[in-house]
Design a protein around this ligand. Sequence first.
Ligand code: NAD
Length: 369
Amino acid sequence: MNRGSVCFVPLGHRGLTMAGGSRRRQTETEGERIMKDELVVVGGGGGFIGGHLVADLRRKGFKNIRSVDIKPFDDWYQRFDDVDTQQLDLKDKASSERACEGAHTVYQLAADMGGMGFIEHNKALCMLSVLTNTHMLMAAQKKGVKRFFYSSSACVYNADKQRNYDVTALKEEDAYPAMAEDGYGWEKLFSERMCRHFREDFGLQTRVARFHNVYGPLGTWEGGREKAPAAICRKVIAAKVSGKHEIEIWGDGNQTRSFMYIDDCLKGTQDILASDILEPINLGSSELVSINQLVDIAESIAGVKLNRKYKLDAPKGVNGRNSDNTLIKKLMGWEPSIRLRDGMEKTYRWINDEYTAKYVAGQKRPAYA
Ligand code: NAD
């Protein structure tokens, strides 16, 4: 698989950020230095966010990293020779114990997931990730893991609060009373609560972030699991390459979302893991756009204008969803802030390279146009 080359913006890690936002350390402490020798495990390391997380940990000087994924190695987005790379099914208890053996820190990102098209049509598969989360929590506790991060999702939020395009941004308490996204969202909400009870009852130091739509290079851009930013980039590229200046948009294009660039996600994930924030917290951008506006951005990067065809019966999710960042700003003095246009430029360029290598240079016909 040609992964292309990407110019990554290095993250400025500023040390631990504690609850209250006031006790912030600017330089690496002895404790942090020692931590960099401890074993850090990334579950789902063959995936989009997990792959970037492993790469970022390496950049920051972590020397002992284990990356675990169910996928065959050829399908991983990022792999490194100096990382202990293991192909394991973490739904399995013994495999989870193998993954957590000797670990100081676990980032549990493994999940069977994808964009709206995938989660609407694969609710049972999405819910089976509960086995992964259960066994990883049990294994982490058994193996004496010190910190456990769980990647939850904005899909836990109550559907009633997301009926309008002009949505009020979602605060953490809006997950209850619960009416999560069917399948995927309910599993996430249940696993969030498992993290809480493992912490309260067993003392496992769990931390939970609710990711809101993460995007960037080196992630899924075709095949059915891709999310809106990657799908739209691919469709714009395909229209440009084919000369058929048309794009299919799922829904009426007025549905609104926010999208967080991967670099913001990496910083927030590591800072939340290191923090004293015990309850699930939003990790998302608050730059709200409609899907039509997202298409505008991709078109302007590509330098094309396309005829829009709206597929009204396609899966489109809730009408509006945005991240209320009051809490993260209060507790961490920071919020994801990379502009959508800037992140989309990098994403578009990477997908363009992938598309060209696969379909233009190789003269293959795209599976999805
Ligand atoms: P991804 O699909 O690229 O990565 C998930 C990885 O988990 C995949 O590589 C997959 O093979 C692996 N996996 C699935 N089941 C497994 C199993 N049983 N054992 C081992 N590995 C397994 O997705 P991503 O975008 O990198 O998402 C990472 C995490 O963040 C997931 O938990 C996801 O639910 C969460 N999340 C992502 C987004 C987003 O917009 N990308 C939004 C909200 C939450």
